[in-house]
Ligand binder design. Structure first.
Ligand SMILES: C[S@@+](CC[C@H](N)C(=O)[O-])C[C@H]1O[C@@H](n2cnc3c(N)ncnc32)[C@H](O)[C@@H]1O
Ligand SMILES: [Zn+2]
Length: 202
């Protein structure tokens, strides 16, 4: 579920995007996988033809098992930025890694979504990678993990409207309170050594 202080509106040439309607401080969970999000196995997706198949390719992402996750709410409209203000964690939630002012677009990094087809990035951010590829997972994971680690402590001191949806709140709280390393985003890399994480939670 996407943070309640968000809305869908035009993001210009790339279509719609998700924007903050109020200030969302660094450390806020801005999206969490919830029980209404659909999980579709790869064989089912392979057998779905037009006109649904392109929608799945556009709006769903693959988890570590290769299954497709289709978010039921406007979370599925979050765009990519190479300077994303929300970063996916090794848990099934995205964290604001900077203060997000009201009116700002919430973005994440598609490099961790197991994308099959590289796409040309139009984010316009300084240092834009130009083309976003599935292999970005390998080059970017350590950076994403570090951003999450340095942000995690703040999760305990900001308002968290999505907290009740966490499947493992005590684990998150303990990790944040002790400064322990959060699980790596690599938990979500397709065909990793920990393939059941997401599947078990749904
Ligand atoms: C999950 S949708 C995001 C919502 C999309 N803007 C829309 O209105 O349908 C993913 C698609 O948005 C576009 N997109 C998102 N971020 C982009 C970016 N940084 N550069 C270019 N296209 C982007 C691409 O077409 C991508 O396939
Ligand atoms: Zn970019």
């Amino acid at each position: 579920m996407i943070h309640p202080d968000t809305k869908l509106r035009s993001a210009g040439s790339i279509g719609l995007g998700v924007f903050a309607t109020r200030d969302i401080p660094k450390g806020t969970i801005v999206w969490v996988l919830d029980s209404l999000d659909q999980q579709l196995d790869a064989s089912r997706v392979a057998s779905i033809g037009e006109p649904i198949a392109p929608m799945i390719q556009r709006y769903a992402y693959q988890n570590s098992t290769g299954n497709w996750i289709l978010c039921w709410d406007h979370a599925r409209f979050i765009n990519h930025s190479c300077r994303a203000n929300a970063i996916s964690t090794g848990w099934d939630f995205d964290l604001a890694v900077e203060d997000i002012a009201a009116g700002t677009q919430i973005t994440n990094d598609y490099g961790c979504l197991n994308i099959n087809d590289p796409f040309e990035c139009l984010c316009g951010a300084p240092g834009c990678r130009g083309v976003i590829r599935g292999s970005d997972f390998d080059t970017m994971a350590a950076y994403w993990d570090a951003r999450v680690s340095e942000t995690l402590e703040k999760t305990l001191s900001v308002s968290q409207p999505l907290w009740s949806l966490l499947p493992n709140p005590l684990e998150v709280q303990h990790t944040a309170a002790t400064g322990g390393p959060p699980p790596s985003i690599r938990f979500h890399q397709v065909n990793n050594d920990h393939p059941t994480e997401t599947a078990q939670r749904l």
